[in-house]
Ligand binder design. Structure first.
Ligand code: PRP
Ligand code: URA
Length: 207
């Protein structure tokens, strides 16, 4: 499974502010959007294109348009923050949702809702979830996507832990991961350290 560290300076700058415990929810949302744009740009670098012609004010010329059918699938809740940045790049993308919640004691995910568009077998699926900690949620979400027929799946995150990357490598070696950070480790409560805390709570101010 290829792991792509997205170390663009603007993403790294925003990541510092995302990690900062004093950053409030409204700013946190803007920063997540900014990092999401950059991670999504990297994750779509090899999308299929088709040749086209266009008439400029001066002459006819050729160019490339995106030919891939792209589906964004957000893991609730935190993944909602990454839908809009991907739509900024690909406004025609269709959208799915997978509701998962980690148990606070065991850190195991439980599934509470799935809504996916049709035709995933022929689509590029961008699975968006900003935190890859144990990898349990990502593995479960990808299981759901593959059961629905998806074959080209990329995971877009903001912070990943080595434990999560390894879990994904074991379960789904075909899925590429794009993340703006690969942190040191998980703590005893299975939170990423140094990390940025509970992304969903910081995004929505529910902590
Ligand atoms: C967080 C995060 C991931 C998951 C990562 O969601 O957004 O989905 O934890 O942890 P894992 O790799 O160990 O599975 P959470 O379950 O806290 O739900 P929330 O987004 O609704 O807060
Ligand atoms: N989910 C989060 O939001 N943060 C972590 O550090 C781990 C899981």
């Amino acid at each position: 499974m290829p792991f792509h560290l997205v170390d663009h300076p603007i993403a790294q700058d925003a990541l510092v502010a995302l990690r900062d415990t004093s950053t409030r929810a409204s700013h946190f949302r803007r920063l997540a959007h900014r990092v999401g744009l950059i991670v999504a740009t990297e994750a779509t670098r090899d999308l299929a294109t088709r040749a086209t012609t266009v008439q400029t004010p001066l002459e006819q010329t050729t160019g490339q348009t995106v030919a891939a059918d792209v589906v964004i699938v957000a893991v609730l809740r935190a993944g909602l923050s990454l839908i809009d940045p991907v739509l900024d790049l690909l406004p025609g993308a269709r959208i799915g949702h997978i509701g998962l919640k980690r148990d606070e004691q065991t850190a195991k995910p439980a599934r509470y809702s799935v809504h996916l568009p049709e035709g995933l077998a022929d689509s590029t699926v961008l699975l968006v979830d900003p935190m890859l900690a144990t990898g349990g949620s990502a593995v479960m979400a990808i299981d759901v996507l593959k059961e629905a027929g998806a074959q080209d799946i990329r995971l877009l995150c903001i912070v990943a832990a080595p434990e999560g990357v390894q879990a994904l490598e074991r379960a789904h070696p075909d899925v590429a991961v794009f993340s703006s950070a690969l942190d040191r480790e998980l703590n005893g409560r299975k939170f990423i350290v140094p990390g940025l805390g509970d992304f969903g709570d910081r995004l929505y101010g529910t902590a």
